[in-house]
Design a protein around this ligand. Structure first.
Ligand code: ATP
Length: 232
């Protein structure tokens, strides 16, 4: 589904990614692992088109999207949830979802909001609360729910459980697994903690200092290779 081929990318004069390749599973979860500053966010921003690579190619569904802006990639079925649970703080939970649904066409708009709420029952309890007053976990769930309203084929999540209390982490992880396993959504997930990543992911890629140091099939068997690659 998503493929990066020999990508170089960064910020102005600072090259962050060096010859990075990634083969996302056609369906399922691909995890990008790495310590702080390894380049995970830069990789995801390059995938969605917020950063234009200086070298290499980004493919989505077999199409070269390297030169396309984020809006065109979203139109093709990519959705990106950045780290930090961004929503409109002055709008309520429902309004935040409705804003995204209103940009969709057709009679399914109302159904899309209900469907998103169905995946995150905790949000129905705070449906009329302003997003700025939600907990970190609720904000993260709202951010993912907003992305799902665009009905993506590929959901790109940047550290979705970072800084969130453990009970809510489990809920978010459960939802990610169920979106992939039950609904056939592809997920590209940046994480620092390897346990969930290897449990959930069909493919993993480890980044260190902007380079791929290990990549392969997920699962418990990959633990040693990943730990070794992350220790570098
Ligand atoms: N806007 C920017 N301008 C210049 N350098 C940046 C910018 N954003 C990030 N960097 C640098 O790029 C490198 C990779 O950062 P990136 O955020 O991609 O890593 P990360 O693996 O996502 O880390 P974290 O887990 O801390 O979010 C770091 O050295 C960082 O300082």
């Amino acid at each position: 589904m998503l493929e990066l081929q020999h990508v170089d990318a960064g910020y102005d004069a600072t090259r962050v990614l060096h010859d990075v390749s990634l083969h996302g599973a056609p369906q399922g979860i691909a995890a990008v692992l790495g310590h702080n500053g390894a380049g995970k966010t830069t990789m995801l921003r390059t995938a969605i088109g917020l950063i234009r690579p200086t070298g290499g190619t980004v493919l989505f569904d077999g199409e070269d999207v390297t030169a396309l802006p984020p809006s065109a990639r979203v139109a093709r079925g990519m959705a990106y949830v950045p780290q930090g649970q961004q929503s409109f703080e002055q709008l309520t939970t429902r309004e935040n979802l409705q804003v995204v649904a209103d940009r969709r066409r057709g009679a399914r708009r109302a159904a899309l909001v209900d469907q998103a709420l169905g995946r995150f029952p905790a949000l129905t309890e705070v449906i009329d609360r302003k997003a700025g007053l939600l907990s970190g976990g609720q904000r993260q769930q709202l951010a993912i729910a907003r992305a799902l309203i665009t009905e993506p084929k590929l959901l790109i999540l940047d550290e979705p459980t970072e800084g969130i209390q453990p009970s809510v982490v489990a809920e978010i992880e459960h939802t990610i697994l169920s979106l992939s396993a039950d609904e056939g959504l592809s997920v590209l997930l940046a994480v620092q903690h390897i346990d969930f990543a290897l449990h959930a992911a069909q493919r993993y890629t480890v980044l260190a200092a902007g380079r791929v140091t290990s990549a392969g099939a997920g699962g418990a068997g990959a633990q040693d290779a990943v730990r070794q690659a992350m220790a570098i």
